[in-house]
Design a protein around this ligand. Structure first.
Ligand code: ATR
Length: 281
């Protein structure tokens, strides 16, 4: 639809920003729902982040997503942040409030769990979870699983110290493990999630045997380029249900869109195909 003088303006800030798929996702929804609004990519040097965020109310911009490398710095700049963002230590969605204050949220945990539930029959009571990785993405996944009521989470990481720090931050339900113990931990698990960049295009392979994983376990890779990673291919071949990483990207965008543009958006096959076409282009 044509923009009017009342068009609502939102966007995403990153450095660089050209890789971000968020403008395509929000642009699709704006068209789909015929909303008088626009969502723009903003290339913002980290030294200018605070000035850029502080300018949002003056410009009448309704909100902003943040991507690498701004998510941690944004947490410090926001006037208010929700509990999940504080837990994760990063803000990916800012809502500019009526009084001009900046409200920071983290919707990665929401996106992860909504996608997992939409794409599989997984439930928290199914049993322990094994998480590969201990970076920012792992924090969001662990926060989501604890929020859902999972009582046993094994965190496996190349650098054991980071796994231990993450497990300590989340308390008694988490246990750090060495890579050499993965095989044993998989034996009991109902969910395996890769949060590392292993298996991503131009990154090293994720070399993991799944022999000990029960066939009832769900395997979720948050890598989405390629969409079908070696991990997911291997899991599918032995009968595990699999969840790919594109859905998390789409679901994490929902809360921001709803807050800024006043419409709860849906993650549909049409949206998935639209983004997929760009990923494989
Ligand atoms: P993100 O915010 O996307 O999670 P990150 O904080 O840089 O990114 O974390 C990347 C994760 O991938 C980490 O768990 C990292 O392991 P280390 O903590 O040991 O660095 C993991 N990772 C990256 N490259 C890896 C590799 N070649 N082998 C094993 N793990 C790797």
């Amino acid at each position: 639809m044509m923009l009017t003088g009342k068009a609502k303006v939102a966007g995403v800030m990153g450095w660089p920003i050209s890789h971000s798929r968020s403008p395509m996702v929000h642009g699709y929804w704006l068209r789909e729902y015929g909303i008088d609004g626009v969502y723009l990519p903003f290339s913002v040097d980290p030294i200018n982040l605070e000035a850029a965020l502080r300018a949002l109310p003056a410009l009448g911009i309704v909100g902003i997503n943040l991507t690498v490398p701004h998510k941690e710095a944004a947490l410090e700049i926001c006037d208010y942040v929700d509990d999940t963002a504080r837990w994760i230590g990063a803000v990916n969605t800012i809502i500019v409030q009526n009084d001009g204050s900046l409200f920071g949220r983290n919707t990665d945990a929401f996106g992860f769990i909504e996608n997992l539930k939409a794409e599989s029959s997984w439930q928290a009571a199914d049993g322990p979870a094994v998480i590969l990785g201990a970076g920012g993405a792992a924090r969001a996944v662990v926060a989501a699983l604890i929020g859902e009521g999972v009582t046993e989470i094994c965190i496996v990481n190349r650098t054991f110290e980071r796994a231990r720090a993450l497990a300590d931050a989340f308390g008694g339900n988490c246990q750090p493990l060495d890579w050499s113990d993965v095989s044993e931990s998989l034996r009991q698990s109902a969910l395996l999630v890769n949060t590392t960049m292993l298996g991503m295009t131009e990154q090293p392979r994720l070399d993991l045997a799944l022999d000990t994983l029960p066939s009832t376990a769900v395997v979720n890779d948050i890598v989405y380029a390629p969409l079908e990673t070696d991990l997911l291919r291997l899991a599918a071949a032995r009968g595990n249900s699999i969840v790919d990483g594109l859905g998390m990207l789409l679901h994490q965008a929902r809360p921001g869109f709803a807050a800024w543009f006043g419409h709860e958006p849906d993650v549909t096959p049409g949206l998935r195909n639209h983004i997929l076409a760009d990923l494989i282009a």
